[in-house]
Ligand binder design. Structure first.
Ligand SMILES: Nc1ncnc2c1ncn2[C@@H]1O[C@H](COP(=O)(O)OP(=O)(O)OP(=O)(O)O)[C@@H](O)[C@H]1O
Ligand SMILES: [Mg+2]
Length: 328
């Protein structure tokens, strides 16, 4: 029996990938003994810069690449012991989608349904096209699709056999912001229907907005793990920046210093910076307090540590929204 029960969709212990060297080249330790626990029903993000080991990890979990060492259980099945059963239980959309542009979206999906011996390929194809919002484009050639539409079609092909766990390797890389948001919507919808999603990304915002929990990988090692909020909170307080008439500075500072939940207050450009545990919760109190002493702020802005700050704190470098080589 390779079937295992439990709340985990993916359980990884001490996973290692060592690519062999050749012609005098040293081997590459692409994944250096990572542990992961992905719970059933969540969208789990695997965030890291170029070359961190994301694709290598996904390919091992999907049985597409031999595991050098360690153990992985996916959808209840040990990957090394029963790869064929793992493949039956998962769906995969890889970084380089190889879609044939000379057929329509519907034709591709019906073909895939046929390969998986789905009872009614036409009905399933229609259902999937609608799930990823491609009803209108279903009968057009794939070569006429935008990048975002191709990604969504690729998502649909990964869902043909109703997998329990869906792996997406950088599902939105190269897409414009609007298409990215559309893909996020499709991923959420798929997740709400009960599929656990494991996705890799280089985009901080994607990890932040789409993922219930995430692990940050750098150079083959996991450097942080948790919910986006917990990871950011660990770095310390939020900041409310209040822009004020300079005449009111001292009075405002005195008043705010006594407010519950305020850690400390410092000068900021054109006003004050108030350090609090939870800016969203504190802002109403701050406004009320200032109003009580007849101070009307010109503007208030909230900021909290970003996932980039989390990455910086863990590695000493920034991800810079996923394009580090273009960052100045
Ligand atoms: N077939 C291979 N042979 C040798 N080294 C490899 C091979 N594939 C990947 N690597 C190396 O393993 C490391 C991890 O690569 P991987 O593709 O997993 O990174 P990634 O996080 O997916 O990066 P990206 O964001 O650019 O897709 C890199 O140093 C890469 O050069
Ligand atoms: Mg990759």
């Amino acid at each position: 029996m390779t079937e295992q029960s439990g709340e985990l969709a993916i359980e990884v212990r001490g996973l290692v990938k060592r690519y062999p060297g050749g012609r005098g080249q040293d081997g590459v330790d692409a994944v250096r003994g990572i542990d992961l626990d992905v719970r059933r029903g969540e969208v789990f993000g695997f965030l890291g810069p170029n070359g961190a080991g994301k694709t290598t990890t996904v390919r091992m979990l999907c049985t597409l690449l031999p595991i050098s060492d360690g153990r992985a259980v996916v959808a209840g099945v040990d990957v090394r012991r029963d790869p064929a059963e793992v493949r039956r239980r998962i769906g995969v959309a890889l970084q380089e989608a190889g879609l044939d542009g000379r057929q329509t979206g519907r034709e591709l999906l019906e073909l895939q349904c046929g390969l998986y011996r789905i009872a009614d390929p036409a009905a399933r194809a229609t259902e999937l096209l609608s799930l990823v919002g491609l009803d209108d484009a279903a009968d057009r050639l794939i070569s006429t699709y935008s990048g975002g539409m191709k990604r969504r079609l690729d998502l649909a092909t990964a869902l043909v056999h109703e997998p329990r766990v869906l792996f997406l390797d950088e599902p939105t890389t190269g897409l414009d912001p609007a298409s990215r948001v559309t893909v996020w919507d499709e991923v959420r919808r798929i997740n709400e229907l009960g599929t656990t999603v494991f996705l890799t990304t280089q985009y901080l915002e994607e990890a932040d907005q789409l993922c219930d929990r995430l692990a940050i990988i750098d150079d083959g090692t996991i450097v942080a793990e948790g919910t986006p909020n917990a990871l950011k909170s660990e770095l310390g307080s939020d900041v409310c920046t209040i822009s004020l008439d300079p005449i009111e500075h001292e009075r405002a500072r005195a008043a705010l210093g006594s407010l519950a939940g305020v850690d400390h207050v410092t000068d900021a450009a054109e006003g004050l910076a108030v350090y609090v545990d939870d800016a969203a919760a504190a802002v109403a109190d701050i406004v009320r307090l200032l109003s009580d002493v007849d101070i009307r702020p010109r503007a208030i802005s909230l900021s909290r540590p970003s996932l980039d700050d989390v990455f910086l704190a863990s590695t000493g470098r920034r991800i810079e929204g996923g394009v580090p080589e273009l960052a100045s």
